[in-house]
Design a protein around this ligand. Sequence first.
Ligand code: AMP
Ligand code: MG
Length: 415
Amino acid sequence: MSLIPTPSASARAPLKPLDLALTELLAHAQPLPGAESVSTFEADGRVLAQDLLSSLDVPALDNSSMDGYAVRCADWADADTLFPVSQRIPAGSSGHTLAAASVARIFTGAPIPPGADAVVMQEDCDVLDNGIRIRLQPAPGQWIRRRGEDVAAAAVVLQRGERLSPASLGLAASIGFGQLQVAPRVRVALFSTGDELVMPGDVAPADMKPGAIYNSNRFFLRALLQRLGCVVTDLGIVPDRLDATMDALRGASQQHDLILTSGGVSVGEEDHIKPAVQALGALNLWQIAIKPGKPFAYGQIGAAHFIGLPGNPVSSFVTFLLLVRPFLLKLQGVTELAPESIALPAHFTWPKADKRREFLRVRQNVAGGLDLFGNQSSGVLTSAVWGDGLVDNPAGQTIAHGDTVRFIPFSALLS
Ligand code: AMP
Ligand code: MG
């Protein structure tokens, strides 16, 4: 083996910075056309394809936020004033004008009767045979929820391009939407490459041949895609041969919006993804200046997008979160794509700077800082399970104990 660098190695193009790669990638992700109508029950995680305009005030009427008595404050003189109970207003009914110098028995959610200007909670009252006494002077407005204080009629409550959460489903329901127009699901064909890969369940650990490993990427990639609402066609494992890789890509390019692969996208002789994509379509992006995750590829085959993720499990996981996730969200019309990062102190040191921007697996500790997982190898998937997020460390940067770093919690990336 020669120690002199080969021309191809020395002439290598510089790796693309992540921000630039992401901008280019997202420029290719035009929202899929059309929309589908789904029951609000089924819309968690989907992306709204319509603005939700409220046709009513929520609450629709001033109502009580307590079980107690609706009163007219001016009627209260002192704690000995005795008020007869002139009406009873449970939630779901409506009362009538409050008789002078009386109170209305009222329950949480029931409309405030005309003439009343406050609610006294029952805990502040003494109930006697012929009426009630109110121990504390009531203040106008107390324990009243105002009409429209949650949603005003004609307000846009949720916007097209917003991803629906459990709370937003409730909000949509509160203004009367039982069906929602949402973006179509992204149809994704998924396959793993690698002759070393074996499916757990097919071969017992004791029977694994030397060099064989279990396919772990297939499991988390499928789960990540499903969390983003994709319809996944799982094509399993494709052998490390150009013809097999081309066949798989050609087939997957039909009826799918995205082909997602793992492995085989590097420069080894067994890496066939790049030439196969180039033969069948176009490769627009290849290799990014991040660690883990350098061997990332984007291209197009026919009408389908293609994304090739690295084989190393942590590289595959991290590049999915940083690149594939926003890509899939944009295909569904989401506009807010950048995950929030938080400034936190490092409770570790990172003495060796890297030329590439690094994403370190870390965990928040009870002292309000970040601990580092000891082994940051791109093959150590334990780091992604132990960690609860990533430190986004700029290229060429060392970290001293106590330095402020940017932390991206997995919670912002995994939903
Ligand atoms: P490759 O990108 O194909 O060169 O693979 C890089 C490393 O990741 C190798 O050690 C592979 O064995 C490993 N690897 C590739 N695909 C998978 C997979 N689906 N599950 C687990 N490890 C994988
Ligand atoms: Mg491989």
